[in-house]
Design a protein around this ligand. Structure first.
Ligand SMILES: *Cc1c(COP(=O)(O)O)cnc(C)c1O
Ligand code: SF4
Length: 441
């Protein structure tokens, strides 16, 4: 089937940053205050976009409210007013790179750059040696961070990996890391899934991706390879017009032919991302390989805090053959303040969207917090014995025994993360806390 592009193809990927964005006409026409905010905030939080995102996904007549503008361009309120003023003054006074960096780092360290114990508690060991390119938190799934896949086609302003993009988080990888993963999987036959993540692994050329993933095809206990990626939204050219697009699709077919389930875990924030002809063609091509595309995204104020947006997104995903998988709660890091939606509101949005869609889209679960003890879903609110409570459950737990048992927290309309919650019914602790304290020790 031939495919005719009705939009420019952007044959070559070009990163747009605060260094080169002034070459673009969209930038020239942007309100000076918004421009200033991009320049100031991007000293602290990473900024990167590309021509496709900027020209096809952002509707400039709706800026600054446009959701994809909010998703990819730094906004003034992401920093405290004093911090903003401090960086702005340094920039205006022509401060040196060192001065700017020192101020930026001081602000960055106040933004909880390493949430949920990722660096300290999830790095597995083999024969007494730490394996820094891996994380193993839940029984059946290991996360794999290939060294050459640690950037993205564009950066989301809310992203909890922001620290890694600016070199604050020192994950170093060497050529032997697939060897480490293979050895670890051989020692742990209970691990059925590898989740390849980043950054975005699909930023890698197919040749490199093959180098990392081919060794996994030989491991009989491994059933599923998941690839976490935003590429279908931010650079669908990866599967359609890039020089090695066809080679990537052939590799996906080989993974499937080797008897593995290949799951593309697509970050999918807004239905706009699914609307372009090239995105739909990319989805079609990926599905044709036998891979299954599952979608997930956090609920983000200014971007998708609207039940109709989620309902439309899930409907459109199902129509295109994708499977809605998770709705996440924005993590407690970076410009969280700007993006956070209270848990009570998040659950209302989830439920209001869920009610609008057919059962085929109700594969999605959420809203879910990826917190230190596990993935905790807010099932809803209820009144039990005269007390208003949140009903919660673990979708994943550091101890699998915690999963699927409803538990209760005092209702709090302002709570926006698990740490804000208190147990209901006058209890001292949540049921898992004592054990968690022992595990974290
Ligand atoms: C979400 C997540 C997984 C995968 O969980 P599933 O519920 O199986 O999708 C694995 N490891 C970590 C650290 C995660 O946060
Ligand atoms: S594409 Fe994913 S990993 Fe990359 S910045 Fe966005 S949320 Fe973060």
């Amino acid at each position: 089937m031939s495919f005719t592009l009705t939009e420019p193809t952007y044959e070559r990927y070009r990163a747009i940053t605060n260094q080169n964005i002034h070459k673009y006409s969209e930038w020239e026409r942007l309100d000076p205050e918004l421009k200033e905010a991009v320049m100031v905030v991007s000293q602290v939080l990473p900024f990167r976009t590309n021509e496709y995102v900027m020209r096809e996904l952002i509707d400039w007549s709706r800026v600054p409210e446009d959701p994809i503008f909010q998703l990819t361009f730094p906004q003034r309120e992401m920093l405290d007013p004093e911090d903003y003023e401090r960086i702005r003054t340094l920039l205006n006074n022509g401060a040196s790179r060192e001065e700017l960096l020192a101020a930026a780092n001081e602000i960055r360290f106040r933004l909880n750059p390493h949430p949920a114990g990722q660096l300290t508690h999830n790095v597995p060991t083999l024969n007494g040696r730490k394996l820094p390119g891996l994380q193993h938190k839940y029984h059946e799934t290991v996360l794999f961070f290939p060294g050459q896949g640690q950037t993205c086609h564009a950066y989301c302003t809310y992203c909890f990996r922001w620290a890694q993009f600016i070199g604050l988080q020192d994950i170093k990888f060497e050529a032997r890391e697939t060897d480490d993963l293979v050895a670890y999987l051989q020692a742990h036959p209970e691990v059925t899934d590898v989740l390849v993540t980043g950054g975005d692994p699909m930023i890698m050329r197919t040749k490199i991706l093959r180098k990392y993933l081919e060794p996994l095809l030989e491991i009989p206990t491994l059933r599923t390879i998941r690839i976490g990626t935003k590429s279908l939204a931010y650079w669908p050219q990866r599967y359609v017009t890039d020089a090695d697009a066809d080679d990537a699709l052939r590799f996906f077919e080989e993974i499937v032919a080797a008897g593995k389930h290949l799951a593309i875990m697509a970050h999918s924030s807004h239905p706009v991302e699914l609307a372009t002809p090239i995105a739909q063609e990319a989805i079609r091509r990926v599905r044709e390989t036998g891979a299954v595309i599952r979608t997930q995204a956090p609920l983000i104020k200014h971007v998708n805090d609207d039940p109709d947006v989620w309902a439309e997104k899930w409907r459109q995903e199902v129509k295109l053959g994708m499977i809605p998988y998770y709705m996440f709660v924005e993590r407690d890091t970076g410009p969280k303040r700007y993006f956070e939606v209270p848990l009570a509101r998040a659950q209302e949005i989830f439920a209001a969207a869920w009610r609008q869609v057919s059962g085929l889209a109700r594969t999605v679960r959420g809203p879910s917090m990826s917190a230190f003890p596990g993935k905790v879903r807010i099932i809803g609110t209820a009144e039990v014995a005269g007390e208003k409570v949140f009903v919660l459950e673990f979708l994943q737990g550091r101890n699998p025994e915690w999963v699927g048992k409803p538990f209760f927290a005092k209702f709090d309309p302002h709570a926006s993360w698990l740490d804000d919650l208190k147990p209901a019914f006058g209890q001292e602790r949540f049921f898992y806390e004592e054990e968690l304290a022992r595990m974290a020790h």
